[in-house]
Design a binder for this molecule. Sequence first.
Ligand code: ADP
Ligand code: MG
Length: 634
Amino acid sequence: MSVETQKKTMGFQAEVKQLLHLMIHSLYSNKEIFLRELISNASDAVDKLRFEVLSKPELLENNATLKIRIGFDKSSKTVMIEDNGIGMSREDAITHLGTIAKSGTVDFMKNLSGDQKKDSQLIGQFGVGFYSAFIVADKVEVFSRCGGLDSSKGVYWSSKGDGEFEVATIHKADRGTRIVLHLKAGEDEFTNGYHLRNIIKKYSDHIALPIELPKERETTESEEKPIQEWEVVNRASALWTRPRTELKDEEYQEFYKHITHDYENPLTWSHNKVEGKLEYSSLLYVPARAPFDLYQREAPKGPKLYVQRVFVMDQAESFLPMYLRFIKGVIDSSDLSLNVSREILQKDPIIDSMKSALTKRVLDMLEKLAKNNPKKYKDFWKNFGQVMKEGPAEDSSNKEKIASLLRFASTRAQDGEQVLSLTEYLASAPESQNKIYYLTGETYAQVKNSPHLEVFRKKNIEVLLLTDRIDEWLMSYLNEFDGIAFIDVARGDLDLGNLDSEEEKKKAEEVAKSKESLAERIKIALDDAVSEVRVSHRLTDSPAILAIGKQDLGIQMRQILEASGQKIPDSKPIFEFNPAHPLIERLSGEQNEERFRELSYILFDQATLAAGDSLKDPVAYVSRLNKLLVELSV
Ligand code: ADP
Ligand code: MG
């Protein structure tokens, strides 16, 4: 660096002084970010050069290998960050390193309350940039020269961060910027190559530019002046910034493993670049296997967040809804500040619109997987189906799309595997069917033989069988799919719609009328245990069945609420009987009121058991049944 001329001392803009003061007080617990900020600036400077070179190739000046170098010297306690990017002119240095140019920033500073503690917290959430050098340095020197300018037109800038800075014109042979930090007492860790390397790996691995550190080597006595050798310490390529067409599957897979530490390949991924009002890239993956802590509230979730290729945070959970918490990947935004915090992310309207776009991307990716690779989708469903079922409740705007991704067991498939989509269900339904029928219960074994299915078996209508713990809750959020209503076959007065002919309906009405007095008799016998007694049109083989009131909680929901210690609203089932069944015929002929009551209770308790519920008084049931058996055998 040669002779300095035109030396001048200038004062910082008032806001810069304020910023410097606050930064030093608020960011001391996270000092290392200065390196991230300075590397980010160096990378920006190289980006700018790259862009300018497109029209002015002479700016490259025989110095075409674009890179960043981080040097350090233990004896002088300095760290150096050097780039061969666009560089700064004297005027650039005065304005960019002496004032705050960014719009909004000055407004932000004006809004600071003056309460140091509060302001310190605010400043940490805000882009600190170049001035962060003063967190660790008590003197910062900048040597720079613009690409294309004569080597005599370099600039020297220096400051102790105390309110003023000095500029001078210097001779600088190579294009670009060198920043020298004179470390404060106690900041020696930043002259440790190993430590610097770790910081670079942590924050700047995917800066699309080689970042070099001096190679650690033994110096031999005989060497008078050891030749400095450099090695690249970062990956030097931000995979997601490269065009999709250029990337091989293997590269995507390797990157996935790198960011997740997963040893298995992902099931699928989606890589996109969004331009326009918001600018960001996203690379999102579906893992092959569910993590063990998928259901733990505090488990890590959300993609990694980069701002212009600089790593900002892991697990940026604000970018995807909870039910997509298993998605891994990277978001790289051009609209956020490098110092954006979780708190800011939660409030920022930009994030809301990114979140809804990213959610759609993930749902599209899953739809595509289901269409193109049903086998893989089956794996996906096994691992993450339960979590997807949280979707309709959390994300009502995508309800229909999520519903189309759900997979069910049904009365048609014999093994209880969840493989049927609603679209397939409807496609194979008869013309006359205008409802989606389902039954919830504890286990597949229990529901598949439920008496509620008898009429459907007779009419050969498929019924979805839902036996996951979350299912009844899920169905309370799903009212229809493709305009077709869901009907719980165990609930209310079963509406078979057009599946019953006019003739059948008329006949059913007649039967119900003729059995009115029997229904009343049973209601008196069962008294408090039921809300209603009526003739059933869902039964062919069983004598009786319990239906849940339209608005009442089902067994699953009741058990979940019970387990969480909540008070459950009182509700009584509807008792439906099959007048054609011999037991009901026998009941109807019973003259002894006491025995009529006993028999009614046995039928009621049996229906309770068949519904998968437990008896309130099992001993009473057993003794009634035994009494009946004794009578039979006499
Ligand atoms: P930001 O990067 O958000 O613009 P900074 O405080 O980090 O804010 O940097 C302020 C400005 O200083 C930059 O916009 C740039 O014009 C200039 N600058 C900083 N570092 C460099 C560099 N290494 N090369 C060229 N210009 C730089
Ligand atoms: Mg910056």
